[in-house]
Ligand binder design. Structure first.
Ligand code: PXL
Length: 270
């Protein structure tokens, strides 16, 4: 018999194109040697050119999936991606408490997915408030990109000072840690992410790669961090490992379809 690997749960939507959403999460968990499990929240219709629409999963089916895996198989770390509606967010938050995911329990990463890279909304507008009030206070770590920072706080990040201001504003919502990702900043600069729990401040700097194929990048980074947390890393270590992982995935991204191709964890398997 083989030893059972650590487990990670993604609560997120499906990308029919296979590059983002649960597909990105599962391939990242797999590449990191973690057994991935899913609570599907929505099914998007999309390809490399963008999202054509989506349909959400009934709320009791979303929460049922979480309870089913948590009560039997056990969850070493969990993350959320696309959650679609306030109704799903509220029900997920309540269920996470029941199975002791988040807060002082199992490490819990919230990637506050609001829109696809091409600008298609993946979250109904009134759901933003539920992310702030229901999910952030339960989160070990939240991982917004700069568009999500603007939506959530109104802060327009243009450099180190506003990046810190954004992190402080986000921590007010009650997560333990925040990672303000700088990937969408000035294209001429290195890619600098800022991690903080309000006391320690860590700048993570890395190269920026010249590619248009970055579909699924945010999901892949959050899943890589979740994989490390599932294996017992502390948050600063998990984020540093996630950053190194996503850099390679962006460096080895590939074209697929006429639009934006996916980042890729295949290098890990070579
Ligand atoms: O990358 C954000 C994202 C998350 N989840 C789903 C998506 C996307 C982007 O398109 O489709 C299902």
């Amino acid at each position: 018999m083989t030893a059972t690997p650590r487990t990670a749960l993604t609560i997120a939507g499906s990308d029919s194109g296979g590059g983002a959403g649960i597909q990105a999460d599962l391939r990242t968990f797999f590449a990191n040697g973690v057994h991935g499990m899913v609570a599907l929240t929505a099914v998007t219709v999309q390809n490399s050119l963008g999202v054509q629409g989506f349909s959400e999963i009934p709320v009791d089916v979303v929460t049922g999936q979480i309870k089913a895996v948590a009560t039997d198989m056990g969850v070493d770390a969990a993350k959320t991606g696309m959650l679609a509606t306030a109704e799903i967010i509220n029900a997920v938050a309540k269920t996470l408490d029941e199975v002791h995911i988040g807060r002082t329990g199992t490490p819990f990463v919230v990637d506050p997915v609001a829109a696809s890279m091409t600008g298609h909304a993946l979250l109904r507008e009134e759901a933003l408030e539920a992310i702030r009030t229901e999910l952030f206070p339960r989160a070990t770590l939240i991982t917004p990109n700069l568009d999500e920072v603007r939506l959530l706080t109104g802060v327009e990040v243009t450099g180190p000072a506003t990046q810190r201001e954004a992190a402080e504003a986000l921590l007010e919502f009650g997560s333990e840690w925040v990672l303000v990702k700088g990937g969408h900043l000035d294209a001429a600069q290195d890619c600098v992410d800022l991690l903080s729990d309000g006391e320690s401040w860590v700048e993570l700097s890395g190269p920026r790669f010249d590619t248009r194929n970055t579909h699924g990048g945010g999901d892949t980074m959050a899943s890589a961090i979740t994989s490390s947390l599932a294996k017992g890393a502390d948050v600063p270590t998990a984020v540093a490992e996630g950053k190194r992982f996503i850099e390679r995935c962006v460096a080895e991204s590939y074209p697929l379809g006429a639009g934006v191709g996916p980042v890729s964890p295949f290098w890990r398997l070579k």
